[in-house]
Structure formats: C-alpha cells, structure tokens
Ligand binder design. Structure first.
Ligand code: OFO
Length: 175
C-alpha cells in the first residue's frame, strides 16, 4: 500500500504535468495560427513529453498498488504577444514545476520513502534540461530581437525537433 501523503502529492503532480501539456498545446496552436510551424512543432513535442511525464507518475502509483485520482485540468492562456513572451512563460512555468518536484522529494524524504526518492531522481534531472532548453531559446530570441530573417531561421531549426517516446512503465509492470 502506498503512503497516503505520497499518493496525494503524486496525484497532484499528475494534474500539474497534464496542465503543462495543456499549456504547451495551447502555445503550439497559437504559433501554428500565427504562421510559425517550427515553434508550433517544438511546442507539440513538449506537449507529448508532458503527457509522458504524467503517465510515468500514473504508472508508478499503479506499480505501488496505489489509487490514481484524476482531477480537473484548469484553463490555459490562448495567445502570446511574441515567441519571446511564450518562452519566458515556459521558463517561469518550468521553474514552478521544479519547485513542485523538489517538494515531492522533500515529502518522500520526510516519509522515509526511499523508492519514491529514487523514482523522483529522473524528474529532478529532467527539470534541469527543461529549464536549460527554455533559457536557450530565450537567449536566442533576445539576440534575434525583431529581425524577421533570424526568426524565420530559428523557426526552421525548431521544425526539426522530433518526439522520442519515453518508456513510462517498468518491465515488471508490463508483465
Ligand atoms: Fe514535466 O516537465 Fe515540463 O512541466
């Protein structure tokens, strides 16, 4: 049986990951509507990765014989003033998610739940990457400023990002 505090915190995190997916899907749609297929693709990959993050948590609860509780997903913003604004919001959001993951780790430590501490390590590393990716794009967009050609070239580069599905179940859970 899963520790109730950990179970509640992970269920809340599933909701946060799905909200992240919603946020990036909305950004993708906004970029697509404004004629930036590359930025839209980058955000679409992000959308799929966030769903994987949620599924990894969900499968962990199942693996530990816990109870999954799916809560309503809040509404998200539908339009951004510029690509730079969207990526600033992305970084701000990822900073919040890093705080949530750190807090989860803290709870797992207080509850002496060593398996969950070990499981959360993947997310701790992932957040370093998430923040770095957003920061790199903020830097590039700041450098480009209002140079249309620069924006066009960056959009082309981001069109190449490919979604790589994450293995979200353990080998034992799949048996
Ligand atoms: Fe799930 O990493 Fe972004 O939010």
């Amino acid at each position: 049986m899963m520790n109730a505090k950990i179970q509640d915190a992970i269920n809340a995190q599933i909701n946060a990951e799905l909200w992240s997916a919603y946020l990036y899907l909305s950004m993708s749609a906004d970029f697509a509507a404004k004629g930036y297929p590359g930025f839209a693709n980058w955000m679409m990959v992000q959308f799929k990765e966030e769903q994987d993050h949620a599924m990894k948590f969900l499968n962990y609860i199942i693996q530990r014989n816990g109870v999954v509780e799916l809560k309503p997903i809040d509404k998200v913003q539908k339009s951004w003033k510029s690509a730079l604004d969207a990526y600033k919001d992305t970084l701000a959001h990822e900073n919040v998610v890093t705080g949530l993951i750190n807090n989860l780790f803290k709870i797992a430590t207080e509850e002496n739940d060593f398996a969950t501490q070990s499981f959360l390590k993947w997310y701790i590393d992932e957040q370093v990457e998430e923040e770095e990716n957003a920061q790199n794009l903020i830097d590039a967009l700041t450098l480009i400023g209002d140079n249309g050609y620069g924006l066009y070239m960056l959009d082309k580069e981001l069109a190449a990002r490919v979604y790589v599905p994450l293995a979200t179940t353990s080998s034992t859970a799949a048996v």
